[in-house]
Design a protein around this ligand. Sequence first.
Ligand SMILES: [Zn+2]
Length: 145
Amino acid sequence: MIGFNHALVGALIGKFLPLPVAIPLAIISHFCLDALPHYGLPNHTRDASKFWKILFIADFFATAGLIIPAVVSHHYAVLTCGILAVIPDFVWVIRFLRTRSFNMNDNKSRYATWHAAIQHYERPWGIWIELPLAVVLLSVFYRAL
Ligand SMILES: [Zn+2]
């Protein structure tokens, strides 16, 4: 699941639930979303895909951009939960920075192995789930702030 959708779900959890409940739920939401059908390419094809790289970069900046409305509107629970919902994917960002590859096979840690395994329904057609979901979540996010 793209970071943008993870962050928006976490942010909405932070908006509507009390913080002691929202914090663990924001983290748990990450893995629930990863278990649903979403966009992805076979690991061995990612490095050759321009679309994958463009989406990765656009997702990074779009997700980081969500910090601005949360801070400007002083919704720090929204900010906190949005960040917590994205943090589980930092294992992939760190791995990319180390290896310069989007291939997520051959994980060294049990966490990364499990995190990759729950994304069983990662498919190219998942983009048609992720993009409409992003539009709906962004709409709800801005109405909620
Ligand atoms: Zn993930």
